[in-house]
Design a protein around this ligand. Structure first.
Ligand code: ATP
Length: 341
């Protein structure tokens, strides 16, 4: 029997409803299998700011630090003070966002199975913005060979593991950002030489955003810089039917944090209307990561049950409102829990 210590950030907007859904599914796994969880809920985000005067209180950081993985609901206005800080604190350098076609969801194509691997530590997200004068701002965009190399390595290893189309495309804008993206592109190209079995290509970000609409099924692994990855992964999520189905992982060498791709969706908060799939599929990614890290095949199997139960619900037309159904957050979660075992 394996027991994992998980920190769960409730977040803002639809975050608490999604966190409750994830908790229910993890508790179901704990009850029904040999994979067990100790779940410690923590505050972070706008609610934490109002309650404790800090978007990321020390006590939350301590709990996260003492856990083996973190699952996070979306955070509102203070997102930058939570997720960007955590990514830096734990050096979570790979932001991995799968976009996969699910049955019975209105989408551009029903054969998409791609993953965006976004560099998570550099680019404009360091927040180095300065006033050059009263009316002009300069924002620094950081690119290093080290960060480019490790994200490229991650992408190629993932392309091998996925056993899908064995393709990696590096996305950049090296024709304009000649130095920064030039460095990213040449680094990806040099890493590609180590992986001759992977079909390597490059695309400018504008062409990539067009091709994601035109031929989304052609993509396998997309490796890119931080800002481009932020935008392209939301686009890819929409291509397969919307943000409500989009999970994400922030992965480092010794810790990982899993969260939906979307924000706090305040327009539907508190209405039991959020699609929980994005956080449930994030939990599935967490189980996969824990399983691979601890040589625990059962954890991977339990994670797959979440995916299979969501697919089965969708096939039977049981869907939340955002994807054309009628079920509430709680009803959909209940159905997934029931279908899993
Ligand atoms: P941010 O800028 O933090 O990314 P945002 O408020 O601009 O956030 P999101 O919250 O990411 O945008 O989502 C945009 C819209 O998509 C929401 O307003 C909501 O209607 C819909 N949406 C997002 N996630 C979900 C979900 N899990 N279930 C249902 N609808 C969702």
């Amino acid at each position: 029997m394996a027991r994992y210590n998980i920190s769960l950030i409730r977040g803002d907007g639809i975050g608490p409803e999604q966190a409750a859904a994830a908790k229910k599914i993890l508790e179901t796994i704990s009850d029904r299998s040999s994979t067990r969880f100790t779940i410690n809920e923590v505050d972070a985000g706008d609610t934490a700011l109002a309650k404790h005067g800090k978007a990321l209180p020390e006590s939350s950081v301590d709990t996260i630090r003492n856990s083996q993985a973190c699952l996070k609901g979306p955070v509102g206005e203070s997102a930058a003070d939570v997720i960007i800080v955590l990514r830096r604190m734990f050096d979570l350098y790979a932001n991995v966002r799968p976009a996969k076609s699910y049955p019975n969801i209105p989408s551009l194509s029903d054969k998409v199975d791609l993953v965006t691997v976004r560099e998570n530590t550099e680019d404009v997200y360091l927040g180095w913005e300065f006033n050059a004068d009263e009316n002009t701002v300069v924002a620094l965009r950081i690119t290093s060979e080290r960060a480019s190399r490790r994200i490229a390595e991650y992408a190629f290893k993932l392309a091998i593991l996925r056993d899908n189309k064995h393709k990696v495309v590096a996305v950049h804008k090296a024709n304009v950002l000649r130095k920064g993206d030039g460095l990213f592109a040449t680094t990806c190209k040099s890493v590609a030489k180590k992986y001759p079995k992977i079909d390597y290509s490059e695309l400018y970000v504008d062409a990539c955003s067009m091709n994601l609409i035109r031929n989304p099924e052609e993509f396998d692994v997309v490796v890119t810089t931080n800002l481009f990855g932020d935008i392209l992964s939301d686009e890819a999520a929409q291509v397969v039917g919307g943000l409500g189905m989009g999970p994400a992982a922030n992965i480092g060498d010794s810790f990982a944090l899993f969260e939906p791709v979307h924000g706090a969706a305040f327009d539907i908060a508190g209405k039991n209307a959020a699609n929980p799939s994005s956080i449930l599929l994030s939990a599935k990614m967490m189980l996969e990561w824990l399983g691979n890290r601890h040589g625990d095949k059962n954890a991977i199997i339990e994670g797959k049950r979440i995916d299979d139960a969501i697919i089965s619900a969708l096939k039977n037309g049981n869907k939340t409102k955002d994807i054309g159904g009628k079920l509430s957050t709680a009803e959909f979660t209940e159905l997934v829990a029931k279908t899993m075992y």
